[in-house]
Design a protein around this ligand. Sequence first.
Ligand SMILES: [Mg+2]
Length: 152
Amino acid sequence: MKRYLNEAELTEYLKKDPHAGCPACGEDCGGWVVDGQPCRKTVDLSINDLVNEAHQNAINKGWYEEPRTFGEVIALMHSELSEALEDHRNGRGLQEVYFEGEKPCGIPVELADTVIRIFDTCGHLGIDLETAIRIKMDYNATREIRHGGKKL
Ligand SMILES: [Mg+2]
């Protein structure tokens, strides 16, 4: 099971290497801030842990005070991919993370937003995403080349 370092562990970790573990650059994390932490080192955090964290954060931020349809939720997942496409159309690099004030932006961030929305939804609906991914990846490994000759 993977999890974030707690405050004491993080303090000790950052004493040894102030920029280690930064998910944005791996070296200089001065611009990367998550929940007020300059750097967030993860250890052994499972997909279902991320599902639970994303869903709890969405609850905490008021996204479950009014009901949403499944169709609306799926549309919001699409919207994050559209934001990634817009960044691409605007010439942003595929690995570029930039900031608007303190808000991280860019194609990697929009892809992360997509996955975070999927995590949140799975948490809400009680979907075991980790098992579903394993089942589908195992099946994909058995499929024909290009799934039987598909062009795209
Ligand atoms: Mg977004």
